[in-house]
Design a protein around this ligand. Sequence first.
Ligand code: ZN
Length: 472
Amino acid sequence: MTKTICIRNAAWIIGWSEAQDDHVYLRDGDVAWTGDRLVQVGGRYEGTVDTEIDGRTRLVMPGLIDIHCHPTQTPIYRGFVEEFGDPRLFFNGRQDFRQSFVQDEPAMRASARYGLAEMAAAGITTIVDLSHAYPGWLDILDESGLRVWVAPMFRSARWWASTGQETRYDWSEDMGAAAFAEACEVMDAAESHPNGRFSAMVAPAQIDTCTTELLQQAIALAAETGRTLFTHGAQSYPEFNQMARLHDKSPVAYMDEIGFLGERTIIGHAVFTDEHPWLLWKTREDLDLLAKSGTTIAHCPTIFVRDGTLLHHIGAYMDAGVNVAIGTDTHPQNMLEEIRAAELLARAAAGPRHTSNTARLFRAATAGAAKVLGRDDIGRLAPGAKADLVTFDLDHPQMHPMRDPLRTIVHQAAERAIDNVYVDGEIVVAQGQPTRIDWREAAEALTREQARIAGKAGDIDAIIPLALAYGS
Ligand SMILES: [Zn+2]
């Protein structure tokens, strides 16, 4: 028997209004679900209830959608990548670190388990996991309880920097054919997984590391299967130069030319469009190409600003009609902090001309992401939608005073006041603690694995010095 759970008399609900086509505040109402689907959002639920939860000191909001994350990498990079881009590579790449700190499969698994628990605790209920396929991947995702778009990355080349002055491309003999075949197997396995929470995404890794032929195979597969298509593109100054040199086009114009853009396409990160003031480029058409094609960009501001890079500016993208979604891409994998960073950095980039705000960016992190995933039943709280939701404890000091819940969450409390998180109506975080993965145990394993890989990485402290010297 499917059970009905009801959060009774929730003080605040961030519900979805069909009429207003947006999130709206609701006061003093019920949020009820039967099995994995919401049956009531706001007002009074009169049906039979199996479990009742007191909502009088709770806020209920839709689970966040992290459109771009790399769980196998980002947690284990902590302490290494926060401050050290290579100045001779426009602060991009950190090739010295990545060429030394090479993860094996146990290290990837430890990083992923930690990262998935971290995301659940931060109110993230859906993720796009961009990883190179590894054994045990789907088992770890299943353990997490999260809803996942499994996006196995494949490519024809990897980046290489031998002189530290130039990004080079080490092309594989088969130009990515084996990686593509492996990714296809993983995508099929994800879609046929019995948990019902997995979908697949076609993910050629980067626009500059894939041959046009490989990208066209990816486009064809996405069209044939109805899967969303993803790549990293227009993401760095060196990459823009590489694409301009090869194709005499901006990366976005190249993607348009080969048919990569579209309503089910995500570009991470489209920072270096031809609008970017640091580029001396002849056209001003990229935002239009993105908007007219219905393409979504995955905006992940924190990792860029670490290198001193700023997208100019996210409000202008939205004003042009580009669909925007938000991702974490790096640590901390905290969408609420990422929304805040997106808003503040848009103001830094645009000054008084900025046009982004908290509501627009929250929408990007929920309904905006759902759109490109082809779903209208996640990223919103409405009857019939999935019961993917987050509750906040309004008694938490960080939630006071409670004039405006969304601003309080994004600009002050972030995940600190989260008590429960549900995916498909099932609890994955209780009283702030992940219930599926033992986060403390995962943290200890992550520490062990980071130390083990760093131990094989030569003099890693010379490549990435500590923030402070040891005292003598
Ligand atoms: Zn990325």
